[in-house]
Design a binder for this molecule. Structure first.
Ligand code: TXA
Ligand code: MG
Length: 331
């Protein structure tokens, strides 16, 4: 049985809140991507998220909250920098990793001494959180290691079977996952780039957060082959795109192309998507574009590399993971 997609009317949101209270799973839109939600105080419900996603049980999940004031129930300390980022960017596409309170369940934190917290800005997410009245644990509503969903239909296609219901709030405005900043060591660490860039964080913090390194807290979204489409995907510089296409055509291979500035060659008959040229619009469409190209069932997806500039950092991060192509560490 596949979960019903329901327009996120007040009545549907109320039903979703009841389902959460009953320990069931509900998918809901956020401004970044759709989340697969469960009552964060119900360990069995949170465990059901892992089963639905096929995600290893020791990975932490983000707890979504209705407002900043609620974080005291989850975090035992709130460093000044975290307070400032929350004041500047919540509600919005930012996740803070903070020292956890002792009563936060290990299934939420992955057994770590920290907890991920986020106050989303999407009106449906906010209404659901307000109606539910507690923290909602929610990873992206995709099968583990695959592309995050940015529409209700993506959710139904991927994990619909496990859900009580899917709230439809339209396509997500941001389109890629939240920026994650950890406050668990002396210095804040940027664990995952997102729509809120390093420069915007630096403006509020007074310094640029350190980039994640090998010793950084575990984040499944930081595994090299996360976000991958099923079809092998490869990056090509704008100047090399045409010759890379020709090379594959000579080998009788079908290629699907995610272009940006490049023009479609007159003799190209495969799937071709011209992505937006600005980073925010590109990010907004990215996962839907990858899904569409994946559905073309080509031998390979060629992606025209966007510029290596700070404004493209989050997009380049997702593209480099989508094109990693090594199944060994896909988890
Ligand atoms: O935009 C988003 O953040 C979306 C929407 C639904 O809010 N959620 C999302 O969740 O992307 P997920 O689980 O797919 O990715 C969250 C990342 C994971 O890589 C997880 O490991 C990391 O956050 N994370 C959560 N809690 C953590 C913690 N205590 N320490 C380190 N990383 C943590
Ligand atoms: Mg995810």
């Amino acid at each position: 049985m596949t979960a019903r997609i329901e327009q996120a009317t007040p009545a549907a949101i109320a039903r979703a809140a009841s389902a959460l209270r009953a320990g069931e799973l509900v998918a809901f839109p956020t401004e970044t991507v759709y989340g697969l939600g469960a009552d964060a105080r119900n360990p069995d419900a949170v465990r059901a998220i892992f089963a639905a996603k096929g995600r290893p049980a020791d990975h932490p999940v983000i707890v979504h909250l209705a407002e900043f004031a609620a974080i005291e129930a989850w975090a035992r300390t709130i460093p000044e920098g975290a307070r400032r980022l929350a004041a500047a960017f919540w509600p919005g596409p930012l996740t803070l990793i903070l020292p956890r309170r002792a009563d936060v369940d290990d299934v939420v934190t992955g057994g770590q001494d920290s907890v991920g917290l986020r106050v989303p800005s999407h009106p449906v997410a906010r209404a659901l959180l307000a109606a539910f009245g507690g923290g909602v644990a929610a990873p992206s509503a995709n099968r583990f290691g695959r592309i995050s969903p940015t529409t209700a239909q993506h959710v139904a296609d991927n994990v619909g079977d496990a859900l009580a219901l899917i709230l439809d709030g339209g396509a997500c405005a941001v389109g890629i996952e939240s920026t994650i900043v950890a406050f668990v060591a002396a210095e804040p660490v940027l664990l995952r780039p997102g729509a809120i860039g390093a420069a915007a964080l630096a403006q509020v913090l007074g310094h640029t957060p350190r980039a994640a390194d090998v010793g950084a807290p575990r984040a499944s979204g930081t595994l090299a082959s996360h976000y991958a489409p099923m079809t092998r995907a490869t990056l090509a510089s704008p100047g090399a795109l045409r010759v890379e296409i020709l090379r594959r055509q000579e080998r009788d291979e079908n290629v699907a192309v995610l272009a940006r500035a490049a023009r479609r060659p007159a003799d190209f008959s495969g799937a071709w998507i011209a992505a937006p040229s600005e980073p925010d619009a590109y990010a907004h469409d990215l996962y839907a574009n990858l899904r569409a190209l994946d559905a073309a069932r080509a031998d390979e997806i060629l992606i025209e590399a966007p510029p290596a500039e700070p404004a493209w950092h989050a997009v380049l991060d997702r593209l480099s993971r989508a094109t990693h192509g090594n199944d060994d560490d896909r988890d």
